[in-house]
Write a protein that binds this ligand. Structure first.
Ligand code: FMN
Length: 420
């Protein structure tokens, strides 16, 4: 078992290796929400970059609940032209013997105010974040919940028809399904809130609807938080139970991540480390945390697993695969160096680049460890914007250049205005 060897999922889907490009929102669509030639160029580049599997950035099922302006959107039947755009995207993403899955999402209360000042969510519980970027959410009615579940199924059918080879239901990172799972964000007292079974109903019903729409011979994946890392939020014990339910429902692959906008552990992997470990732990220990987590999941009951977040060294990836994981997921290194996985697999390097360690608005009090929450939040957005800008450069056929995260932040603000 090696990360570089071909691999087949129990459902029969084969992969040229076990490294997956994790979902990364592209922000390349215009107001119509259609995939563009920039999406094609980007995914063609990534298809030739070494990964066996590409997972698209989140595709949104409601234009009133975007994760950000520039998202691809499927919120109704597609026109003939739209179907062509989707097919071209799928062809580019699968052209180098890569598998390509479409991630499907609804941002719920994590919809920015500039998209919707009152987005739909499980309950009227706003995000506790400084900066006023997010408005007071409006609770979904039971009928609206059913409509959204149908939309997930519609989007999955669109992905299959276009030529993608799988779909992923986004149930992590504090977006709508993750909000339903969290006792902090979900205060409902109907069938969709309260017990874990009720809070997970939105996810389990979505999985059933998507399965019915795509059939049993198409890969259905779910991305789930190991934990929200918030007191009273979705916890690892909940994850263990939900993973078992997803296995019973025939989910083909479960990707494990963690965190929300309020606690962005998915971007800062120190946040994922068990509390009792010293803060300055070695990279190797940090990466090994996932292996421990995956083992606990496998000892219980779970679909084939993928973990994403902070995996950079070939050695840690090999350990993860040896411990029984199906895939390892990689995100940020592919934003600036689309060939870095090919280099790793060819033995040209032993580690993927760690841009995340270098990205901050400034040192000291302006750095990522600033005592000021607003500065830490701004640093998070700036580092994210840096990745977005690099993705735009790859899509335009260029190479990564030196770029100050703060300038990237301002440039992305202009992009968002142009695409909103
Ligand atoms: C630019 C960028 C965009 C992202 N967009 C998404 C997304 O659309 N869906 C998702 O599930 N995760 C998204 N993520 C999170 C990644 O999939 C991944 O979980 C995270 O980057 C941690 O992995 P890494 O340490 O290898 O970067 C995004 C991350 C980045 C950096």
């Amino acid at each position: 078992m090696s990360v570089s060897a071909p691999f087949t999922l129990p459902n029969g889907q084969s992969f040229r290796n076990r490294i997956a490009k994790a979902a990364m929102t592209e922000g390349l669509a215009w107001r119509d929400g259609l995939p563009t030639t920039a999406h094609e160029a980007l995914y063609r580049r990534w298809a030739h970059g070494g990964c066996g599997l590409l997972i698209t950035g989140n595709v949104l099922i409601d234009r009133g609940a975007l994760e950000r302006p520039g998202n691809v959107i499927v919120d109704g039947p597609l026109s003939a032209d739209a179907k062509v755009a989707w097919s071209r995207w799928a062809a580019a993403a699968t052209e180098a013997d890569t598998q390509a899955w479409v991630q499907i999402n609804h941002a719920g209360r994590q919809t920015q105010k500039r998209v919707n000042p009152h987005p739909k969510a499980p309950s009227a519980v706003p995000l506790a974040l400084p900066g006023g970027q997010f408005g007071m959410p409006v609770p979904l009615t039971a009928a609206e919940i059913r409509d959204l579940i149908d939309r997930w199924a519609t989007a999955a059918a669109v992905a299959r028809e276009a030529g993608f080879t799988g779909v992923q239901v986004h149930a992590a990172h504090g977006y709508l399904i993750s909000q339903f799972l969290s006792p902090l964000a979900n205060r409902r007292d109907d069938d969709w809130g309260g017990s874990l079974e009720n809070r997970a109903r939105f996810l389990t019903e979505t999985v059933k609807a998507v399965r019915a729409a795509v059939g049993s011979d198409f890969t259905l994946s779910v991305k789930l938080n190991s934990a929200d890392f918030q007191k009273g939020g979705f916890a690892f014990d909940d994850c263990l139970v939900v993973a078992g339910w997803l296995a019973d429902l025939g989910v083909d692959c479960l990707e494990i991540s963690g965190g929300t906008y309020e606690q962005p552990a998915m971007m800062d992997m120190d946040g994922l480390a068990p509390r009792e470990e010293p803060k300055q732990q070695s990279t190797r220990q940090r990466e090994a945390y996932f292996v421990a987590l995956a083992r606990a999941l496998m000892q219980a009951k779970a679909p084939p697993l993928m973990v994403t977040g902070g995996l950079r060294s070939l050695a840690a990836m090999e350990d993860a695969i040896a411990s029984g994981l199906a895939f390892v997921g990689v995100g940020r290194p592919l934003c600036a160096e689309p060939d870095c996985v090919a280099d790793l697999l060819a033995g040209a390097s032993e580690e993927l680049p760690r841009f995340e360690d270098r990205l901050a608005i400034g040192p000291g009090i302006l750095g990522p460890a600033s005592p000021l929450k607003l500065v830490r939040t701004l640093n998070g957005f700036a580092a994210q914007a840096w990745c977005y800008q690099q993705i735009r450069r790859i899509a335009a056929g260029g190479a990564a250049e030196k770029l100050n995260p703060f300038k990237a932040f301002l440039a992305e603000e202009r992009e968002a205005k142009a695409r909103a």
